[in-house]
Design a protein around this ligand. Sequence first.
Ligand code: ZN
Length: 214
Amino acid sequence: MQNFAYLIGDATARECLVVDPAWQPDLILDQAKKDEMRITGILVTHTHYDHVNGVESLLQATDAKVYVNKEETAFLKSSRADSTGIFINISAPNLASVSGGDKIKVGNVAIEFIHTPGHTPGSQCFLVNNHLVSGDTLFIGYCGRCDLPGGNPDQMYESLTQKLAKLGDDVLLYPGHNYSEVPVNRLGDEKKTNPYLMARSAKEFYRVVAGLLD
Ligand SMILES: [Zn+2]
């Protein structure tokens, strides 16, 4: 799978949020402890099992609030991961249903939610200063599949070209999977090299969209 999980925190407040805890929750808890950070929230890019498997374990160890786009909140409340059989059961008080444009803070660090449907209806990216955490919407050199249940190529085209491509060239892209040589890239470079981001019409986008990774 090679998923990336991220910790976003404020070094003064000593609080952090975890993005997409799926595998090795102990490693995530250890890292936060080493950094002397308290985990106060979990940011979910989308509710595919390889991004939320570890949510329940983290909730047993912390009282983190879970931020999910409103399109997928109901799904996360009682979802079952198809291939692993792990049942994810999150108590409602911990669940925060968010929309595109919403902002939250961890300590003094602001995080903006960008709703980017296409891979799933409730896919969302997180913009933290000039860092973009993009889940399975945008990878380095690729975009997420839009042929899985809930996927929609029209929405993906819209999300990529009308939302993400409009962010500044200096924004750094942190994807949800390790599908390339480097783990991070400048969005300006992606705009020049990533064929999914470069498509100038929906028609051109459909031509490059076949054969995607998940
Ligand atoms: Zn996914």
